[in-house]
Design a protein around this ligand. Structure first.
Ligand code: URA
Length: 248
């Protein structure tokens, strides 16, 4: 970004006035006075005006990761396992973001990360129940009664689960593939639901988190959310806030 634009974006002055400040020798870049108007600056450069470091306000970041298997959903792991911070760094992402909710070590798929704390709070709050869809590979084949039980809301050891939506993608006697949509985010919930029915999960991938889908993102890759995805997330947050307001 050109220096005069950088100063304007940092709220120092208008672009025209910033040009005057530069020419007058009042702006330093990385400790040196810079008088050339075309000078280009990047995030890593330190820009000073009037003895103070100035920087443009950052837009919140919304990152979508296809979390690979064998990665913990934390930024640091005392046990030394691979973390989502490692995946971010490998993709050249250095800005601080936090995961919105979590996926198990042995679950792959869509994970949203952001530095927008308010949005993260709403999206993870159990009351606001963002829809999440998982593809589960199970041992065995679900009976019609078992499908109905999950759809009614089955009993788990930490209380009854809310009704789930199910789509059997493929079913063989020894293994099946099932898409399951839930609104809650209890610990290992999908695995526990199928386990309870006698069909252990042997593979789990999150396909959707609210309006965000996996698309063509390969495991271990990240991308920034599109404008449309960010607006869809904001709609969820606004609706949740409005509901909260009505209740209080
Ligand atoms: N349910 C699970 O069992 N595991 C996950 O990672 C997410 C949902």
């Amino acid at each position: 970004m050109r220096l005069q634009r950088y100063l304007a974006a940092s709220g120092v002055a208008s672009r025209r006035r910033s040009e005057e400040l530069i020419v007058a020798g009042l702006v330093r870049v990385n400790g040196r006075v810079v008088r050339e108007l075309g000078t280009s600056v990047e995030d890593k450069d330190v820009v000073e005006f009037g003895g103070r470091i100035v920087a443009p306000a950052l837009e919140p970041a919304y990152i979508i990761m296809n979390k690979p298997l064998g990665v913990v959903t934390t930024m640091r792991d005392p046990e030394g396992r691979r973390t989502i911070a490692d995946v971010l760094h490998r993709n050249g992402w250095e800005r601080r973001v936090v995961p919105v909710g979590r996926l198990d070590y042995d679950t792959a798929g869509v994970l949203l990360l952001t530095d927008d704390g308010a949005l993260a709070h709403v999206l993870t709050h159990p009351r606001f129940g963002v829809e999440k869809t998982y593809r589960a590979i199970l041992r065995g084949r679900l009976s019609t009664e078992q499908v109905a039980e999950m759809q009614r809301g089955m009993k788990l050891d930490d209380g009854r689960a809310q009704p789930a939506r199910l789509r059997v993608v493929a079913a063989r006697r020894d293994a099946s593939s099932v898409d399951v949509t839930i609104h809650e985010g209890r610990n290992r919930q999908v695995r526990r639901m199928f386990e309870e029915l006698g069909h252990p999960v042997i593979g789990l991938t999150r396909l959707h988190f609210g309006p965000i889908g996996l698309g063509t993102l390969a495991p271990g890759e990240i991308r920034e959310a599109t404008k449309r995805e960010v607006s869809a997330l904001r709609v969820i947050a606004d609706v949740a806030k409005a509901e909260e307001g009505e209740e209080s």
